[in-house]
Design a protein around this ligand. Sequence first.
Ligand SMILES: [Ca+2]
Ligand SMILES: [Ca+2]
Length: 296
Amino acid sequence: MRSERSIFVLSLILAAALLVPGSASAATDIGRVAPDGAVLADCNSDTAHVTTPAAGTNPYVAPSAGVITEWRFRAEGNPGTVALQVLNVIDNSTYAPIAETPAAALAADQLNKVPARISITAGQIIGLRTTTASHGCYAVSQTGFTNHQVTPAPAPGSGPTMFGTGSGDAATNIAATIEPDADGDGYGDETQDGCPKNAARSDDCVAPSVKIDSGPKKKTKKAKAKFTFSSDDANAKFECSLDGKKFSSCSSPLKLKVKKKKGKHTLEVRAVDGNGNKSDEASYTWKVKPKKKKKK
Ligand SMILES: [Ca+2]
Ligand SMILES: [Ca+2]
């Protein structure tokens, strides 16, 4: 019983993983966070940071468009409050902040993971803005990278700003996960958007499945019949229709008795999830043939 239950839970998890619909590609991680135990530099309040590498691809630049659904920052000491910024790259020392997340109060001496919902397009760069004076906020020791900073930090939409060179062989302590946003509604399609093909909705619009798992013998002499059915959505409710009658709520197992004892019968079942999404109907047809009375 216990193992059946864990298999059921496992299959639900698998079903949920397979239910990531409409995603053109998988989530992408960009940026760098300090390794555990790294010694970080101090930084000042109201300072924005971005990073450029001496050569090669910039790991802070988004390779494709999407929505940042989480950003990460490894803190030592007291990091204060920090916001993630999305910036246009004008050149290697000029950046234009486009948007930023709300400033988050970060916990000391640990990897902070902050949920987010902020759009980014291919070629834009992530950076950070410190909003309180803090210790241990930005610099990841990183050979071949340059951490650029500017004070005061420019506000999003304020236009391009020259970022001075803060330090060489150091990189901004920030990373982010970008999920695809195929319908462009600003919700990451994998963990935030229950309706990734409809820009007007982000709530769950995916219909559950339904399956009739067992029923009576296809040819039987019995007027009584028993059915079991199931859905990939464990919280879905069921609706049944016998012989074309109106659907009404039902549950598994379902026991019924046909009135006409002779002939074909059909049971249709559908699943309805908590958001009113209905599955297609599953149907089961069987034939009832009564016992012939023995002639004496
Ligand atoms: Ca979306
Ligand atoms: Ca949507």
